[in-house]
Every structure is written in C-alpha cells, then in structure tokens.
Design a protein around this ligand. Structure first.
Ligand SMILES: NCc1[nH]cc(CCC(=O)O)c1CC(=O)O
Length: 316
C-alpha cells in the first residue's frame, strides 16, 4: 500500500506526541481504518538545525526558522506532504509555496509552574532560582518578583524536568499544553494566570502545514477548529506588528466567549520593569468570521504597543 500522506516531524518526544495525535486525526478524516494508519499516513522523522544546536546565541541568530527549515524543505521537495508544528514556533511569514492549512483546537494556553518544594509561584522565597529560556517568561516573572534569579534552561521538556529534579533550579516554567500532550500534567503545581503570564502568540495551538496547493483538501477542513484559527490569527497579527520572535518579550492571547473575541497583547523590557499592553475586541464573531478580520485587530493593537514602546523598544 502506498502512503496517502506522509507527515514530517521533529524527533523530540513532544513533536512525536503532537504528530502522532494529528496522524490519527488525519487518518480518521481520510477514512483510513485504524490498523492502516501507520502505513497509509506514516510519520517521517526529520532532524532540524535547531535540534542539533543547543547554543542559545546561535539560536538567537537563526531564530525560529531553525526548527522548521528542514521540514519545510522536505515539504517543498515532496518527501513529505504535511508538517505538524507548535504554532508558537512558526515564523510570521510562510515560505513561498507553503501554507498553514489547518489549526486544530487549542490545548491549555497557560504557562505552568513546576517545582519540587514550592506549591505556587508566590511561595518562591526571596532570590529563588527560576529556570526558563523564554525572554517573555523571564520578563513577566521579574515584573512580579524582581528578586528572582532567572537562569537559562534549554533542551527538550524531559531534559528540563530532569534538571529541576537534580536541584539546578527552585522552579521552572513550561507551557501546560506541552506537558499535557506528553502526559506529564501531574508535574504542574500551578497554572499561571493568563493576565500575569500572558502567553506567547499561538501558545497551546498546533499548525498543520502543507504545500499551498493542498491547503484546501477536504481533510484539512476536518482538522481545523475555526474559533482557534481565529484567535490565533489575532495573536499572530499582534506578533507580526511587534516583530515578535524568541528574542523579544512579547505576549498575545485571544479568547472567544459569547461571540466576542478579546485580544490582549503586550511587550515587556527584559527585566520586567516596563510593560506596554493593549486590549481590544471584535463582537459578533462566529465560525465564519474572516481570519483577516482577526488578524487586523492584532496588527492594530500590536502597532499601538509598538508605537508606545517607541524609543524604549527592546532590541536585543
Ligand atoms: N519553544 C519551545 C516550545 N514550543 C512549543 C512548546 C509547547 C507549548 C505549545 O504547544 O505552545 C514549547 C515548550 C514550552 O514552551 O514549554
């Protein structure tokens, strides 16, 4: 049996968990019998530059694309037909010839607090060591607790949890979504508030990427969750206006309740002492609201934050 669709995936446990979930969803959408999914919708593992490089300075030069480049090349070559990414890791612009064909329903978008000895973020003692590689989490943590010592924490989720266990940190912060998908939810001591720890644009959501010509295939519609796609479009609009990347402290989160989409976006100085935030809404949203409508709100609010931060704009 020749495969119907090949799914390109990174080899990390999280990437494999996410791709595996989508493999089953795509198999079902294509009407493939459960027993044939592995054969007809196979996973193809691809090592990306980002996986090879552990040096943060090099990652800063290369940015997000380091985690997606090789997979995108495989898509363009036709070696694979679909890629599953964490939306958070997808750059603002799609490469020529590729498209985000679907955005499945979002997992918990919140950041999780993980610690051996402390039950909540507020319980951390003066000067406690907090591990994170995210400039956004660093800035948001310092905004609440300038006394904390932020320490670099890189690597896959299991590496990070092991370093916490080894006593390298008093606590670490990780996305709840990744932990939930890995089956590690029990390590989360506290789910941090969306207000204090405004998530990264797209956090908790996945991006299903295809060649442009395949983006309208019937199975992509089956995987798409319209309201998540709309919320994420707003968040990524803000990200675009704020030139958000791994290098800047940018948060954006949109929630849809009772037909109202409410977007919050912010930028912070790395030490958390300055914070520029905007909130805006679109009313009467439904599953048929145009993504561009949501994106425009993001671009506008992000632009306002950007303008207000002005000269003080953080350039690292
Ligand atoms: N940059 C790392 C990254 N990219 C996506 C996730 C998982 C969270 C998600 O699904 O958004 C993580 C780990 C983390 O932030 O804890």
């Amino acid at each position: 049996m020749t495969p119907l669709l090949r799914i390109g995936t990174r080899r990390s446990k999280l990437a494999l968990a996410q791709s595996g979930m989508m493999q089953r969803a795509i198999g079902r959408a294509l009407g493939v019998a459960e027993a044939d999914i592995e054969t007809l919708v196979p996973l193809v593992e691809i090592v990306t530059t980002g996986d090879r490089i552990q040096d943060r300075r090099l990652l800063e030069v290369g940015g997000k694309a380091l985690f997606t480049k090789e997979i995108e090349e495989a898509l363009l070559d036709g070696r694979v037909d679909v890629a599953v990414h964490s939306m958070k890791d997808v750059p603002a612009e799609q490469p020529e010839g590729l498209a985000i064909a679907a955005v499945p329903e979002r997992e918990d978008p919140r950041d999780g607090f993980i610690s051996e000895h402390f039950a909540t973020f507020a319980d951390l003692p003066h000067g406690a060591r907090l591990g994170t590689a995210s400039l956004r989490r660093q800035a948001q943590a310092l905004a609440l607790r300038p006394d904390l010592k932020i320490e670099m924490l890189r690597g896959n989720v299991d590496t990070r949890l092991k370093r916490l266990k080894d006593g390298d940190f008093d606590a670490i912060l990780l996305a709840c979504s990744g932990l939930n998908r890995l089956g590690f939810s029990e390590v989360i001591r506290e789910r941090l508030s969306l207000d204090a720890f405004l998530p990264a644009p797209g956090q908790g959501a996945l991006a299903i990427q295809t060649r442009e010509g395949d983006a309208e295939a019937a199975w992509t519609h089956a995987l798409n969750h319209d309201l998540t796609a709309l919320a994420v479009a707003a968040e990524r609009g803000a990200m675009t206006a704020l030139e958000g990347s791994c290098r800047t402290a940018v948060g954006a989160h949109a929630m849809i309740e009772g037909g109202v989409l409410r977007l919050t976006t912010e930028m912070l100085s790395p030490d958390g002492s300055a914070r520029w935030r905007r909130v805006g809404e679109i009313s009467d949203v439904s599953t048929t609201t145009a993504l561009d409508h949501a994106r425009s709100l993001g671009l506008r609010l992000g632009g306002e934050v950007h303008a207000e931060a002005g000269d003080q704009k953080i350039d690292l």
